[in-house]
Every structure is written in C-alpha cells, then in structure tokens.
Design a protein around this ligand. Structure first.
Ligand code: SAH
Length: 372
C-alpha cells in the first residue's frame, strides 16, 4: 500500500530500525556474495557485459559491499561492462540507497523512462532504480534477493474436516478497532488455486507474488543468461505457521497497528523450485553457515583478524561471525538458493558423449550433493 504500507512508509532495516539483516551485521557477508557473482561470471565464460539486479536492497549495504569487491577485482573485470539495477518500492529506502551508493548524486528520470532514478556509484558504475522487476531491461543478469521474498504478502490455509479453508483477516465484532483471524466458511479461489494436490501439511502459507517473480527471473535467465541468488529465512516445504511481525527488534502482534511493523513469513523454497521448474536448474536451499563456509568465510575472518590492531575491532569481527554462522542465531534458519541455466550444471551433449568436454566447474557455495 503506497500510503499505509510498512515499507513505503517506515521500512526500518538496520540497528535503529525494526530488524537487522546479515549485510548490516558484517561486510564479510556482502564480500562473499560479490565473490560468488565473479566466480559464476568466470565459470560462464566471462561475458562482456552483465547487470547486477537486486530486489529489495534495503539500505543498499549489500550492493555497496559487492561493489567494493568488484573494485578490488577491477583487473579481472576490466573488459566487462557492469551496471547495477535496483528494484525498490520504498521512496525512503531508495533515498538511503542513493546516499550509500552514490553519495547522493542521483537524478530522477522522466515518467516515460522504465527507471525512476539513476546515478553513478562511488566506484564509477551506473545505477538505476525501478519499482518492478519487469521494468529492468533484458540482458545477461545476476539477480540477488536477500530478505526480499519473506517481505511479500502470503495467503494462509488451514486443513479442516470439511477441506481446505483460507485464513482471513476480519474486524473483531467485540472490539471494532481490532482485527482477528477467521476461517473462510467455504473454499475460496485461493484454496482452489494455491494448494498443491500432494500437500501433506495441515497449515500452509503460500506467497503467489514470490512465485510470479521467480517465474520471471527463471524466464529471463533462460532467455538472456545469468543466475539468481536468493537468501532468506526459509524451509523446504516443511514448516507451517511462520507469519510474524517485528517492531523495534521485538516480536509484534501481526494484527495490531497495521503498517507499523515488519511483517514476515518464512520462504517456502520448495514452492520457488516448482515455479522455476522447466526453465532453469536450481541449487539448494543450503544453510547459511554451510554456504558461507564453502565461500571461505573462515579464511576471510583470519585475514581480517590479523589485519586488525585493536581488541574492540577483533571482538566485533568475532561477534558478527558468530551471529552469521551460529546455528542458534542466523546460521541454520537462513538459506541460500540459486537459479542457474541448465547448461551451467550439465553439458548439453553430456548424455551422448560424456567424455567430450572438460568437467564444468562446481558452483561456489553449494555442495555438489545438493544438486537438484
Ligand atoms: N535486502 C536488504 C533489505 C531487506 S528488507 C537487506 O537484506 O538488508 C526488504 C526490502 O524489500 C526493502 O528494501 C523493501 O522496501 C523492499 N520491498 C518490499 N516489498 C517490495 C516490493 N513489492 N517490490 C520491491 N521491493 C520491495
């Protein structure tokens, strides 16, 4: 909702906001993701141009850290034409991103342009802002969605003796200024369309908007090449009631004071995989601690510890490592998931002539056993 929605009005990512995310905890997180893109770019034969497209960039910290990696590896990327494309609905967060990434040097675009704003990063890379993924121009692209899909609206369903019912929001007749959950008296269009026939759970959350966006990403990757990395709270089709709210870093009743709290539901990666099926291959979900370990977080931590003189910095590095990696903290509940062109994982002619080509390099971060 443009006038009343949480992200369009408040959108409090960060320490002073309502919730904190991995890129806000440690620069190492964004650095390793930057390396993932470079590694995929190399594995895909170093195409002469790519777009980095981020969905829901928050404060812009993740893109900032990725652009630092691109700068450090400028000699590797020297012949590649890189541009950044941010999909953001929140005017307030768009402004914060502009300051973070360009130092505030941005200009609004005329209404008839697909991008509503443009600028140049502090490292010299052109950046464009859009409200919808469909506005991003086609082309070889690396997509990134970190804590994006969990922010999109869900439908909730409950299995009853009479069949599936949708959980709806109603005005409480006892207290007209309060909301309550009710079950639909009969089936709804959503119960008929969004529940998989093989579903075994009794309570299901479905995010059709996430499904549509993944279908779009998969079509774009199939047509123009590239890859998508999705990282979020989530499960592989096993969890049930995960819908919750956060305000000032505390759990908040999802039905009270609408529009003032961050509402979130775990991402169902099995549903995203289904939506990409046929168009791209998928990898994961793999736990954040495994992905970051595979990406070399331990080595990076050692280097940073060796280079830091003071105890406070070392303590901060160790604490943020623990926050990202500890299974009790963010290590286990966050997952990484990727969409890749089929030919990135299997040679097209592999079936006929298995020995004809050198093996494809493994996809960094993902254990090969997780190939799906
Ligand atoms: N990726 C960031 C921020 C996550 S918060 C991080 O990890 O720190 C979710 C982000 O998605 C915010 O930037 C929010 O404004 C944006 N967002 C929410 N709904 C959106 C939508 N429908 N389209 C585009 N962006 C959206």
């Amino acid at each position: 909702s443009p006038p009343q929605g949480y992200y369009t009005r408040r959108g409090g990512v960060g320490e002073s906001g309502d919730f904190i995310t991995s890129p806000e905890i440690s620069q190492v997180f964004g650095e390793l993701i930057g390396i993932w893109y470079i590694s995929e770019w190399m594995a895909m034969g170093k195409p002469s141009t790519f777009q980095l497209v981020e969905l829901g960039p928050g404060r812009g910290t993740l893109t900032e850290d990725i652009l630092q990696v691109f700068k450090q590896l400028a000699s590797v990327l020297s012949k590649c034409d890189v541009s950044v494309h941010l999909v953001e609905v929140s005017p307030k967060l768009g402004e914060i991103q502009a300051v973070m990434l360009t130092g505030g040097k941005v200009q609004p675009n005329p209404e008839d342009e697909p991008a509503y704003m443009k600028g140049v990063s502090k490292t010299g890379i052109p950046i464009f802002w859009y409200r919808d993924i469909q506005d991003v121009p086609p082309g070889y692209s690396f997509y990134l969605a970190h804590e994006f899909f969990d922010a999109l609206p869900i439908h909730k369903f409950q299995r009853t003796e009479k069949g599936w019912r949708e959980v709806l929001v109603d005005i409480d007749p006892e207290a007209p200024d309060q909301l309550r959950f009710v079950l639909s008296p009969s089936r709804t269009p959503a119960t008929q369309n969004f529940i998989q026939p093989e579903e075994t759970r009794d309570h299901v959350e479905v995010c059709p908007e996430a499904g549509v966006i993944v279908q779009r990403l998969a079509s774009r990757i199939e047509k123009d090449g590239g890859a998508a990395l999705v990282a979020d709270y989530g499960h592989d089709g096993t969890k049930t009631d995960t819908f919750r709210g956060f305000r000032n870093h505390k759990l908040h009743d999802v039905l009270s004071a609408p529009g003032t709290a961050d509402l979130t539901a775990d991402v169902d990666f099995s549903y995203l995989r289904k939506m990409a099926e046929g168009r791209t291959a998928t990898l994961g979900p793999i736990k954040q601690q495994e992905f970051l370990k595979n990406m070399g977080i331990d080595l990076r931590l050692q280097v940073l510890l060796q280079n830091s003189g003071d105890t406070a910095t070392r303590e901060q590095l160790l604490n943020s490592y623990d926050m990202l990696m500890n299974p009790e903290k963010m290590g286990d509940c966050f997952n990484f998931f990727a969409l890749l062109p089929h030919h990135r994982l299997v040679h097209p002619d592999k079936k006929d002539k298995p020995e004809s080509k050198s093996p494809l390099p493994p996809v960094a971060g993902f254990n090969e056993l997780l190939l799906k």
